[in-house]
Ligand binder design. Structure first.
Ligand code: G6P
Length: 611
C-alpha cells in the first residue's frame, strides 16, 4: 500500500509532490523518493520518512514535472537503494510502483542476460529495466507504447507512474490491482494512489480501472485500455464532507465495512493467490520463508478480535502446515517470562498496528531473540514498522470500532500463510492445496451472496433484539467464529454473550439454557458435523432456541434448527470467512434495533494505545 503522487503543470513539482507524500504517509513510510524532470532526470530518495527526504531536497531541485513515492517494503529491506523511484541504466527513465511483480525473478534473469544491471533487491526494478529494454529495441516507439508493450510481460499487481527525460511533457501511469487516480486541474494534472493527496488542488478526479494506462500532460489526459483503445472516462467530483464519502451512503461505518468484505478479501488475495498455477506469493515474507519452514514453533500474540484470528491461526497452522502453535493474549505474554527457544517465530496480529499490549509483546519477543512478523492492516503503523517482516491485510481504513473487515482480512492472510507454508514444507498434497486455493478464490463472491440475503438475518435479529443473553457454540475452525460472534454482539448491543467450544458447554453454560436462551450454533465444518448435531440435540432437549449457521448442503442441521441461515459450501478451513458474516450482521441489526451507537460503542476505543 505505498503512496504514489505525480504532478505536471506550472507549479514547482517538488512542492506538490512532497505535500502529497506527507498526506499519504499513513500508507507507508519506511522510505520515500522523488524524481523531477528538468533538462534531465533528478532522483532523490532515502530510507525514512518524508521529512528525511525533504531535508535532502533544496530549492535548486526545480522542475514542473515530478513523481514521488512512500514505501512499505515488500521485496527488499527498507534502505536507500531499495527506495523508489527506480531508474533505468541510461539514467533517463524513473518509475514508482505500488504492488508486487510476481514474475520478477524470471524477468530479471532475462534482462541480465541482455546486459541490463540491477542494484536493488526489489521486484520493482525489473519494470524500469523492462521498459528501457523495449525502448532500446524499438527506438521509434513513444514512451506510452513502449510501456504498453512491456506491461504484457508483467504478472502481478501494479500501479506505476513513469517519467522519461526524453519525453519531458508527460507522465505515464498504469494500474492493475493498485489504485490510481488522475486529479484534473486547470493547466495542471496530478496523479495519486489516494484522493487525499490531490484534494487540495482539484475536486475533479478520474479513477483508472484495471488494466488502463494514461498519458498525463499539463493540459490533457488520455486514458487507454489494454488494447490501446482510447476511453472516455467519467470525471468524478470529490464531495466536500470526507465523512460522508467514507460512509459511502451507508448509515454506519460498520455496515459499510461489512458490505465491503467481498472487495477487501479480494484485495487481501490480489497479487498473492494464483489459482491457475496453484501458488501463493507473499512478498512480505519471501525473505523469511526459509526460517518459517524450519521453525518448530510459532507463537501468535494479539488482542480482541485479532486474538480470535490468532486462535483460528493456531488451528490452521497445525492442520495444514504441521507446525506447533501457541496463541497468547498480548497483555499476558508481555508480563510473563515466556520461554522463547532458538528458531521460534512470533507473529503479532493487529488491525491498527498500534495496540499497546501487542506492541509490547512484539518488543518482548524481540528482546528474547525471536523473529517477529506482523499481520497488520494500517500501513506504516508502529507494529508494521517494528516487525522484521509481515503481510498487510489491504482492508483499507476500518473506522467502525467493532472490527469486521479486518477480521476476515486477518483470516484470509493467515490462510495464505498456512497454505504457502504447507506447500514450502511439502506437507500438503498438490491436489489438496489446489482445492483450497481454488476455493479461496471463490470466497469473495460467496461472501457477496451472503450479503445479498442480509434481510434474512435482519428478520432473525428482530425476533431476538431484547434477549438478555446469547450463547454461541462452535467446534474446530468454527470455535474462534463463535467467540467472535459473541464479542460482536457484546461490543455493540451490550447484550451479554458467550462463545464456547460446543462440547465444553456441558461443563457449565448448559445450566443457563432454557426456552429464553438463543443459542447460535455455527455448524460449518464437515468433519465435526456429527458431534455438532449431538450438541444441538442437547440444547433442544432443554428448550434452547437454536439459530444455526450451516452449509447449504447440511439438511440435517437445517431441519433441527428453529432458525437457520445457510452459507455456501466451501472447504472446512475456509468456512470462518463465510460463517462470520451472518454473525456480524446479526450483531449489527440487534444493536440498531436497540438504538445503540453502532460505530462508537460505549467505553470502547478503536485503537487501544494504553495498557
Ligand atoms: C480494540 C478494538 C477491537 C480490536 C482490538 C485489537 O479493542 O475495539 O476491535 O480487535 O482493539 O486491536 P488491533 O488494532 O490490535 O487489532
Amino acid at each position: 500500500m505505498c503512496g504514489i503522487i505525480g504532478y505536471i503543470g506550472n507549479k514547482q513539482a517538488r512542492d506538490v509532490v512532497l505535500k502529497g507524500l506527507k498526506r499519504m504517509e499513513y500508507r507507508g513510510y519506511d522510505s520515500a523518493g522523488i524524481a523531477l524532470l528538468n533538462g534531465g532526470l533528478h532522483v532523490t530518495k532515502c530510507k525514512g520518512k518524508v521529512k528525511a527526504l525533504e531535508s535532502l531536497i533544496d530549492s535548486k531541485d526545480e522542475g514542473f514535472v515530478g513523481i514521488g513515492h512512500t514505501r512499505w517494503a515488500t521485496h527488499g529491506e527498507p534502505n536507500d537503494v531499495n527506495s523508489h523511484p527506480h531508474t533505468s541504466n541510461s539514467g533517463k527513465i524513473a518509475l514508482v510502483h505500488n504492488g508486487i511483480i510476481e514474475n520478477f525473478n524470471s524477468l530479471k534473469q532475462k534482462l541480465e542476460s541482455e546486459g541490463y544491471s540491477f542494484y536493488s533487491d526489489t521486484d520493482t526494478e525489473v519494470a524500469v529495466k523492462l521498459f528501457e529494454s523495449v525502448l532500446d529495441k524499438n527506438p521509434e516507439l513513444s514512451l506510452e507504447k513502449a510501456v504498453q508493450l512491456a506491461l504484457g510481460q508483467i504478472n502481478g499487481a501494479y500501479g506505476f507512474a513513469i517519467v522519461h527525460a526524453d519525453f519531458p511533457d508527460r507522465i505515464i501511469v498504469s494500474r492493475k490491482g493498485s489504485p490510481l487516480l488522475i486529479g484534473v486541474g486547470d493547466g495542471e494534472m496530478l496523479i495519486a494512489s489516494d484522493a487525499s493527496a490531490v484534494a487540495e488542488y482539484t475536486d475533479k478526479v478520474v479513477y483508472l480501472d484495471e488494466g488502463e494506462l494514461a498519458v498525463i500532460q499539463k493540459d490533457s489526459y488520455q486514458v487507454l485500455d489494454s488494447n490501446d483503445v482510447e476511453l472516455t472516462k467519467e470525471v468524478h467530483e470529490l464531495a466536500v464532507s470526507l465523512e460522508e464519502i467514507e460512509k459511502g451512503g451507508f448509515p454506519h461505518f460498520m455496515l459499510k465495512e461489512i458490505f465491503e468484505q467481498p472487495k477487501t478479501i479480494s484485495d487481501s488475495l490480489r497479487g498473492r493467490l494464483n489459482p491457475d498455477l496453484g501458488t501463493i506469493t507473499l512478498g512480505g515474507l519471501s525473505n523469511v520463508m526459509d526460517k518459517l519452514v524450519n521453525t518448530k514453533r510459532i507463537i501468535i500474540a494479539a488482542c480482541g478480535t485479532s486474538w480470535h484470528s490468532a486462535l483460528f491461526g493456531e488451528y490452521l497452522f497445525e492442520w495444514l502446515a504441521k507446525i506447533s502453535v501457541e496463541v497468547e493474549y498480548a497483555s499476558e505474554f508481555r508480563y510473563r517470562d515466556p520461554l522463547i527457544n532458538e528458531g521460534d517465530v512470533v507473529f503479532v496480529i493487529s488491525q491498527s498496528g498500534e495496540t499497546a499490549d501487542t506492541l509490547a509483546a512484539l518488543r518482548k519477543a524481540k528482546e528474547k531473540g525471536a523473529s517477529v512478523y506482523g499481520i497488520v492492516n494500517v500501513v506504516g503503523s508502529s507494529i508494521a514498522r517494528e516487525t522484521d517482516a509481515g503481510v498487510y491485510l489491504h482492508a483499507g481504513p476500518e473506522i467502525g470500532v467493532a472490527s469486521t473487515k479486518a477480521f476476515t482480512g486477518q483470516v484470509t492472510v493467515l490462510t495464505l500463510i498456512a497454505v504457502s507454508l504447507a506447500i514450502h514444507k511439502g506437507v500438503i498434497e498438490k491436489a489438496e492445496s489446489d482445492r483450497i486455493i481454488n476455493a479461496l478464490a471463490r470466497i469473495p463472491s460467496q461472501v457477496q451472496s451472503i450479503l445479498d440475503r442480509s434481510e434474512q438475518i435482519k428478520n432473525i435479529a428482530d425476533l431476538f433484539t431484547y434477549a438478555p443473553n446469547f450463547l454461541y457454540l462452535g467446534r474446530s475452525f468454527s470455535f474462534p467464529v463463535a467467540l467472535e460472534g459473541a464479542l460482536k454482539l457484546k461490543e455493540i448491543s451490550y447484550i451479554h454473550a458467550e462463545g464456547y467450544p460446543a462440547a465444553e458447554m456441558k461443563h457449565g453454560p448448559i445450566a443457563l439454557i432454557d426456552d429464553m436462551m438463543p443459542v447460535v450454533v455455527i455448524a460449518a465444518t464437515k468433519h465435526t458435523n456429527d458431534k455438532m448435531v449431538s450438541n444441538i440435540e442437547e440444547v433442544k432437549a432443554r428448550k434452547g432456541r437454536i439459530i444455526s449457521i450451516t452449509s447449504e448442503k447440511n439438511q440435517e442441521v437445517k431441519e433441527l434448527s428453529e432458525f437457520n441461515f445457510t452459507i455456501p459450501d466451501t472447504e472446512d478451513v475456509l468456512s470462518p470467512l463465510l460463517s462470520v458474516i451472518p454473525l456480524q450482521l446479526l450483531s449489527y441489526y440487534v444493536a440498531v434495533n436497540r438504538g445503540a451507537n453502532v460505530d462508537q460503542p460505549r467505553n470502547l476505543a478503536k485503537s487501544v494505545t494504553v495498557e
